[in-house]
Write a protein that binds this ligand. Structure first.
Ligand code: NAP
Length: 250
């Protein structure tokens, strides 16, 4: 049983791992034994300090708002760590405005980071994984992969797209040994939700609908990430797994 979830010797790449959900996932994968590569635009000292002692860690500092760095990231991972076994596409942004006021700049920024960059990094990783005959890709989706939300047009479009890409990549790569799945976090206490939590009405409305009775924490995403990164999920393909304290059950 233990071996099903053991990630010892696996190389896991996590984007946006300096804070929030990416940090929670990177730490959980490392606790399950994985070597970790953090990819993002901010320093990852805090995350590094949270990794179990002895974890092999490499940091790639790059901006994921375009697809340009994708191939280079995978090349650097393979040349420094030997291979790429797990990719967690976590980096993402959100822009809030009423649909009637939504700007093209806020549309493009979110679509480029949350969807386009995710696809091309998956493509680069997928090529390497198909070559080695195995791999796990985990996309960070959202409740807005299932629901419409409000005041977040580009975010809903991008996260609905993430659920779709998760399925098509799973269809194309499942038989080549590469599992592609997604996690849909519920409402989690991170920078992404600061504005919601600071709005007393929105905050109370949200909390009142969560069956678990609390907002999620980044560490709550760890178990699902380890499952989808490990051989425990070898026959799981193309799903978007809600980790939401029961929100979608309401
Ligand atoms: P967060 O604390 O704001 O973290 C977002 C991460 O993405 C940060 O590491 C950020 O880096 C990175 N990032 C953003 N733009 C980037 C860029 N251009 N290049 C490189 N890195 C970039 O928010 P979070 O809640 O943990 O979000 C992580 C993921 O979970 C996102 O995909 C988000 O949509 C998703 N999600 C969050 C929730 C929630 O309730 N919090 C719910 C569902 C889905 P910087 O620190 O440098 O900005």
């Amino acid at each position: 049983m233990t071996d099903l979830f053991n990630l010892s010797g696996r190389v896991a790449v996590v984007t946006g791992a300096n804070t929030g959900i990416g940090q929670g996932i990177a730490v959980a994968l490392a606790q399950a034994g994985a070597d970790v590569v953090t990819v993002g635009r901010s320093p990852t000292d805090e995350t590094r300090a949270m990794l179990p002692e002895g974890t092999r860690h490499h940091d790639i500092r790059t901006d994921l708002s375009t697809a340009a760095p994708a191939a280079g990231i995978v090349e650097e991972v393979v040349s420094t760590m030997g291979c790429i076994d797990i990719l967690v596409n976590n980096a993402g942004i959100i822009r809030r405005a009423d649909a009637v006021d939504f700007t093209e700049a806020d549309w493009d920024a979110v679509m480029d980071t949350n969807l386009k960059s995710l696809f091309f990094l998956s493509q680069a990783a997928g090529r390497a994984m198909i070559g080695q005959g195995s791999g796990k890709i985990i996309n960070v989706a959202s409740l807005l992969s299932f629901q419409g939300g409000i005041r977040v047009s580009s975010y809903t479009a991008a996260k609905s797209g993430v659920a779709g890409l998760t399925k098509i990549l799973a269809n194309e790569w499942a038989a080549k040994g590469v599992n592609v799945n997604a996690i849909a976090p519920g409402y989690i206490e991170t920078n992404n939700t600061t504005a919601l939590r600071e709005d007393p009405k929105r905050s109370a409305d949200i909390l009142g609908r969560i069956p678990a009775g609390r907002w999620g924490r980044p560490s709550d995403m760890g178990g699902a990430a380890v499952f989808l990164a490990s051989s425990a999920s070898d026959y799981v393909n193309g799903i978007t797994l809600p980790v939401d304290g029961g929100w979608l059950a309401r």
